[in-house]
Design a protein around this ligand. Structure first.
Ligand code: KIV
Ligand code: ZN
Length: 553
């Protein structure tokens, strides 16, 4: 086979990383984007984790798992993860069953450390359980993937036996995880080569690799595994995932694409979608992409040094091994000013891959006009930030209507915030803080009253120049609801919510990002009633402090 299947686990292993939690509708949006990217398999979640997780996977199975995107001859496979327990497999099957091409992915650890200390099972019990659970999964679904967790640190001879039994029990894909990112490329390639050589029946199944980046070797290990015979790569957008993350999709795909003579392998991926999906995932998770990140970092195609710029002007091949357009970055600046019409705006958005309905287009166009008043040159990056800020947002419980800040070296930083809230009530609140953002967030807190901890706050300039838009990503953790919500979850991770905002005024962008995260938090059960009651009392929890005002006529 000269093709590598791309198995995307952004919504499972990626979402499992600290702070990367997404709402169900965000997961659905990401799944749609992954389908447009033409990944072969979408691992949509871990359905046994909670009813919410199960529902999210089920929705993706129904709505994405039955649609063929442009350039695809079939809908993507929708996969659900299950531990090697019948209840997990039942949940996974319930979640993925609506998809045209469902897959159950079950796993059990095979390293001595995991078997002894985590599972407290002896090797024979592990083999028996693998056989039993793979057969059980096969009783529902023809497409079953099995992963020997911590394969990277497992005894190879034991691994071969487990894999042979998994094949005999009906596994159709064998995925080899370097769960703790411990191996080096030579070692990992050797593990895959050993499996190809020693496991009877392996030629009839798809061999897959799944690497973590604890030593920064995930991409190198994945490529080594592919060179040794693996034909499925498990990856995430921007490399998000547990601890240091998973192998990043964009790195593996672009390595195979750019160095085709080395690998002689292709993927189905539409590489021009890469930047867009990267941005979407970063906006939804609140995890910013570092500027120097390969392929999708802001500086990945920037040439600063004079010698480099000189070379680029003479011939792009001097310093550019791939074209920015190949990953969906366009250099063009949109010279639509405030006199430009809606049609030209719509056409450019379409060229960038955004097909908006009438209402969304009208909203985005209003924003564009107001941006054009403030900023001379509007780039594609500005447009993407605008669409993300205006449209890729959770349903608004509270929305920013006005903000005024006083700050500087004299006096106390003060912010006055005006929000619209549930029931179309308006609130005005002023607060002082250590700086303008702190003051504004305090004023918002007084109105919204949903206690939370700000875990992360980052600001980034969308484009160069003094009039650039700033984009802000925040991550917050709710303090009140988690107990009730986590009680229904198998994995008791603290719930965190990412928020995104963009504006030419970074304090405004900061407040928008904070509200976007708060709106997600408020949308969760347990907070909803507080938010609703806020409509009557003028602030959830801090009623007396916030001042409801008359809605303007
Ligand atoms: O890293 C890992 O071992 C996993 C398995 C569940 C495949 O994510
Ligand atoms: Zn993993």
């Amino acid at each position: 086979m000269d093709q590598v299947r791309i198995f995307d686990t952004t919504l499972r292993d990626g979402e499992q990383s600290p702070g990367a939690m997404m709402t169900s509708s965000e997961k659905l949006e990401v799944a749609r984007a992954l389908s447009r990217l033409r990944v072969n398999v979408i691992e949509a979640g871990f359905p046994a984790a909670s009813p919410d997780d199960l529902n999210a996977v089920q929705r993706i199975a129904e709505e994405v798992g039955n649609i063929t995107s442009e350039g695809q001859d079939q809908a993507p496979i929708i996969c659900g993860l299950a531990r090697a327990h019948s209840a997990d497999i039942d949940a996974a099957w319930k979640a993925v069953e609506p998809a045209a091409r469902p897959r159950i992915h079950t796993f059990l650890a095979t390293s001595e450390i995991h078997m002894k200390h985590k599972l407290r099972m002896d090797p024979e019990e592990v083999i028996e359980r693998v056989i039993e659970m793979v057969q059980y999964a096969r009783s529902f679904c023809d497409d079953v993937e099995f992963s020997p967790e911590d394969a990277g640190r497992s005894d190879p001879d034991f691994l071969y036996v487990v894999l042979e039994e998994a094949i005999k029990a009906g596994a159709t894909t064998l995925n080899i995880p370097d769960t703790v990112g411990y191996t080096t490329p030579n070692e990992f390639g050797g593990i895959i080569a050993g499996i190809v050589e020693h496991v009877p029946g392996v030629e009839d199944v798809i061999l897959s690799v799944h690497c973590h980046d604890d030593l920064g070797l995930a991409t190198a290990n994945t490529l080594a595994g592919i060179q040794a015979g693996a034909r499925q790569a498990e990856v995430t957008i921007n490399g998000i995932g547990e601890r240091a993350g998973n192998t990043s999709l964009e790195e593996v795909v672009m390595a195979l694409h750019t160095r085709r003579p080395v690998f002689s392998l292709s993927t189905d991926i539409d590489t021009t979608q890469i930047s867009r999906v990267s941005k979407l995932v970063s906006n939804y998770t609140g995890i910013m992409v570092p500027p120097n990140k390969a392929i999708v970092g802001a500086n990945a195609f920037a040439h600063e040094a004079g010698i480099h710029q000189d070379g680029m002007l003479k011939n792009e091949l001097t310093y550019e091994i791939m074209r920015p357009e190949t990953v969906g970055l366009t250099q063009s600046t949109l010279v639509l000013g405030k006199h430009s019409g809606r049609h030209a705006f719509k056409v450019r958005l379409k060229e960038l891959g955004y097909e908006l309905g009438d209402d969304d287009l009208a909203r985005a166009f209003r924003r564009f006009k107001s941006l054009a008043d403030k900023k001379k040159v509007i780039t594609d990056a500005d447009l993407e930030a605008l669409v993300a800020d205006e449209l890729y947002q959770p349903p608004e419980v509270f929305a920013l209507e006005g903000l005024q800040v006083v700050c500087g070296t004299m006096g106390m930083p003060t912010a006055t915030v005006r929000l619209s809230g549930p029931g179309d009530t308006r609130y005005v609140q002023a607060a002082i803080g250590t700086g303008p953002v702190d003051a504004a967030y305090k004023a918002v807190d007084e109105i919204v009253g949903a206690s939370n901890v700000l875990l992360e706050f980052s600001v980034n300039a969308v484009t160069e120049g003094i009039d650039a838009q700033g984009e802000v990503a925040v991550r917050i953790q709710g303090e009140d609801a988690p107990d009730a919500l986590n009680a229904q979850r198998e994995t008791s991770r603290p719930r965190t919510y990412g928020g995104y905002g963009a504006d030419t005024d970074i304090i405004v962008a900061s407040v928008k990002a904070y509200l976007s995260a708060l709106n997600k938090l408020l949308a969760e059960e347990g907070y909803r009633s507080e938010a609703e009651s806020a409509a009557q009392v003028g602030g959830a929890g801090k009623a007396e402090a916030a001042v409801p005002v008359e809605a303007p006529k």
